[in-house]
Design a protein around this ligand. Structure first.
Ligand code: BMA
Length: 839
């Protein structure tokens, strides 16, 4: 098969009565990115520039290029134009002739173009009409209920386009268009491979049986064969050959069925459970003479991975199992990596996925208001062991199931994406939608919801059937959240007996963090708390006069209606009012980290009743105040550093009882082998004076939580007072591994009279061009101590650390620029909670 890439340099112009000025465009890409690169628009992420760019969404845009082909190409039996992503309402013209019209960003389109092509120069034009205008018009004619119509610039349910491209409660509005994935000519004789399904059978000991189905487009189907070779690290471990069998009916395709046996399989495991060996499966299509016609390579991991739902004393379990082992899912929700869609790079995916692995996560949920991510995302998740919960792209809206063509369109979208993604080792679950079952479904269509009948047709029939047919070994879950034991239209009944839950009573419901400890849901696929990005990031989108959280620009970079006020409300519940703007930004991050730590530690202690927590949200698509743990520029917020601790395989945590003045100490361990080690606790006053201590050798459970102690502190509290007490927990595993630490206090941090000058010392050793080892110690307790360097991006092994006098804390730090030891020492600041009080 011959492929001619038509990506690269194109031209884009505004279209209408007459064409606008020609601007150089890049394909794949999008119009916002092209205009930005050409200097034709201002940066939408700076201050409130975004509001001046509405004309871009309202305009129509025309992409064009010329390309040359040889006469020999036209001698091929079939020549197709393959478009792997057109965003969204496009008319495709080849040499002046309209060849197609498209209406789904998520589909792969192929058009037979042989008769439109000519040897030599050809011209290709893709005209995009405004998606924004289209949905506004449709919505005016027939309003579709949805939640975010007000917050987004339009109710997006009408169009199969990334929902958050219209804005979101964390997202920039940049309704774009463009050729956002590869576009190419595909030419072949005799036949080509269409798609390949690889199913795994792990039932026999010592081997894995692969059943490979290669679907072939055969022209005509005489004597074609398919060869498959499985290899590990370049060494073949299994091969097979099979004939292509003609289709049984006109609607089916020719297929070859092959069986391969991998002896002594190296199993794939999620992060922190084992390694991630990946096998290559090379599938080759041969003609009768043995000539290669086409080839596809799929990288797979040998594993079983899916949901385990069984009846238990609490209702029905909701846990993921890999290779027969149940595991606690730890991670977060993923949104598109850049609000300027065409700017995203493979490096963005690699960096962010690695950040998640470094924070001890093992699962990401690709949320249904974004996109079916690029192949690179799934490749990196395979390599690093991050399981993927994959939503279909439906979120927070109703959908026009009644519209002619809608079903065929979404079914085709489903087939395209399931076929593209299904072989990935990381793929754990397909899920129909985000949050439609939270009030958007009722008995019949109203101005608030869609009918149960239409909902079922879409998510329990059409999409469920796509998964069943195209990825029969993967589980399908109709929506997140979904509770099988509660009627779908009744979203008010507590949903803690079965299924997954989105818990928003903290934040949207303004409940205190302690509320999390009353939740015993089976799996928490969303819950979150916002923070501001760090000062460097905020400086990037503000002018000096904007630097107050109530300024217009700071409120513009906050999309949750209750946003900044809610951060402040909770902040004053826990912390003192910070002394200046920068300190307030940092304090918001500590607050956010605390909220999520509160929730996750509780849920990990509740295992196996609850078996997963995915917080909202990992990343940002522009610089903004949001629920993310990594800001748009890739800086880890305090939450991400805290996640590294509260997601560690072995977690020591304390549950304080303010009435009884006790602390229950728990050792939670995700691991197939128990660990033994020394557990110790130390009670100090706020200045660091030792008040009491204890400890013992303990052994963890296996994949479970264990209460290892109850510390009684009534006498100490009576003598020193709650506000003068800190309890430091530690678990030191016997056979290496990192010492786990935690801190418990009865009083709110704002009421602790911490030393104003804690006396933090640091000693620095330069270990590489951009890397340093910093050893921290302190004279008095210094809480949430963080390393910071003005104007420099730091990545630390740990940050926001509680320092106890008499202990040393080693932090490895990398900087974004090379630096001498002297300069590093001079510029490094280590602040802690008390510094947030200062002006
Ligand atoms: C959840 C998500 C998103 C939203 C978040 C915060 O419901 O599914 O729709 O961004 O809440 O409000």
């Amino acid at each position: 098969m011959l492929e001619i890439d038509l990506g690269g340099k194109w031209v884009v112009r505004q279209s209408g009565e007459k064409l606008g000025k020609a601007i150089t465009a890049t394909v794949p890409g999008d119009v916002f990115h092209d205009l930005l690169k050409a200097g034709a628009i201002c940066d939408p992420f700076y201050r409130d520039n975004e509001t001046s760019l509405k004309w871009v969404w309202e305009a129509n845009w025309s992409y064009s290029r010329e390309f040359t082909i040889a006469a020999s190409l036209l001698r091929k039996q079939k020549v197709l134009l393959r478009c792997e992503g057109l965003d969204t309402l496009a008319v495709v013209k080849l040499n002046g002739k309209k060849i197609a019209e498209t209406n789904n960003q998520f589909r792969t389109w192929e058009f037979d173009v042989k008769k439109f092509l000519r040897p030599g120069i050809n011209s290709l034009v893709v005209d995009f009409s405004s998606a924004y205008n289209d949905v506004v018009k449709k919505q005016a004619e027939h309003p579709l209920p949805g939640w975010y119509g007000g917050m987004c610039c339009a109710q997006f349910g009408w169009l199969r386009k990334s929902a958050c491209n219209f804005g979101w409660d964390w997202g920039v509005k940049a309704v774009t268009c463009g050729i956002w994935r590869d576009i190419k000519l595909v030419a072949f004789d005799e036949g080509r491979l269409d798609h390949v399904l690889i199913q795994q059978d792990h039932r026999s000991k010592g081997s894995v049986q692969l059943a490979l189905t290669a679907a072939v487009e055969a022209l005509p189907d005489r004597g074609l064969r398919v060869r498959a070779e499985v290899s590990l690290a370049g060494k073949a471990v299994a091969t097979a050959m099979g004939a292509v069998i003609a289709p049984k009916s006109r609607t089916s395709v020719a297929t070859a069925q092959l069986a391969l046996k991998v002896i002594n399989p190296q199993l794939w495991w999620p992060n922190n459970m084992g390694s991630q060996p990946l096998y290559s499966v090379t599938v080759t299509l041969l003609n009768a003479a043995g000539e290669v016609l086409d080839r596809q390579v799929k990288r797979i991991g040998l594993r079983t991975l899916g949901l385990d739902r069984h009846k238990d004393q609490w209702g029905e379990s909701f846990q993921f199992m890999v290779n027969g082992v149940p595991f606690f899912a730890k991670g977060g929700n993923w949104i598109p990596v850049d609000g300027i869609m065409g700017r995203r790079t493979p490096q963005d995916y690699r960096r962010l996925v690695k950040d998640c692995v470094d924070a001890n996560m093992n699962m990401l949920r690709v949320w249904g208001g974004g996109i079916y991510e690029d192949d690179t995302f799934f490749d990196v998740c395979d390599e690093l062991g991050l399981c993927v919960w994959q939503d279909f792209m439906f979120a927070c809206s109703t959908y026009p199931v009644f519209e002619k063509g809608f079903f065929d369109n979404v079914r085709a979208e489903g087939v395209d994406n399931v076929r593209r993604i299904r072989h990935h080792a990381c793929l754990a679950l397909w899920c129909g939608n985000n949050e439609l079952e939270c009030g958007l479904v009722g008995e019949k269509w109203t101005d608030k919801c869609m009918s149960l009948e239409d909902y079922n047709r879409l998510f329990n029939e059409a999409i469920a059937q796509v998964v069943k047919a195209e990825d029969p070994q993967r589980d399908y879950w109709p929506g997140s959240p979904h509770t099988p034991d509660v009627a779908l239209t009744d979203w008010k009944t507590p949903r803690s007996r079965s299924g997954d839950a989105h818990l928003w009573e903290v934040w949207h419901g303004k409940k205190p963090f302690e509320w999390y400890r009353t939740c015993e849901h089976r799996f928490n696929s969303e819950f979150g708390f916002q923070s501001f990005p760090e000062p460097r990031t905020v400086r990037g989108y503000t002018a000096p006069e904007d630097r107050n959280v109530t300024s217009f620009v700071m409120e513009h970079h906050q999309r949750s209606g209750i946003g900044n006020a809610t951060i402040m409300q909770y902040m004053l519940d826990w912390f003192r009012l910070p002394g200046d703007f920068d300190k307030l930004l940092w304090t918001s991050q500590i607050l956010q980290g605390m909220a999520i730590k509160y929730a996750v530690e509780h849920w990990r202690r509740s295992m196996p009743r609850g078996m997963g927590t995915l917080y909202w949200q990992i990343n940002d698509n522009w610089p903004v105040a949001s629920w993310s743990s990594i800001d748009f520029h890739g800086n880890w917020k305090a939450l991400h550093y805290m996640a590294k601790n509260f997601f560690a395989n072995t977690l020591i945590s304390g549950l304080e009882n303010k009435d009884a003045k006790t602390i229950e100490v728990h050792l939670t361990h995700d691991g197939g082998k128990a660990v033994t080690g020394r557990y110790s606790w130390v009670a100090t006053d706020v200045l660091g004076k030792l008040l009491a201590k204890g400890g013992k050798v303990v052994k963890s459970g296996v994949n479970s939580n264990k209460r290892i102690d109850i510390i009684k502190l009534d006498r100490i509290v009576a003598r020193y007072g709650e506000r003068n007490l800190l309890v430091w927990l530690e678990f030191k595993p016997d056979h290496g591994g990192e010492t786990q630490r935690n801190l418990v206090h009865f009083a709110r941090p704002k009421h602790l009279e911490l030393a104003r000058e804690p006396g933090i010392r640091n000693s620095v050793v330069k270990t590489g061009e951009k890397s340093f080892r910093v050893t921290l110690s302190t004279r008095h307790p210094s809480l949430w101590s963080w390393l910071e360097m003005r104007g420099v991006a730091l990545r630390c092994s740990h940050n926001f650390i509680h320092l106890r006098p008499g202990c040393e804390y080693v932090v490895t730090v990398t900087t974004d620029k090379a630096m001498s030891q002297g300069k590093f020492e001079k510029r490094l600041t280590v602040n802690s909670l008390v510094d947030t009080y200062r002006d």
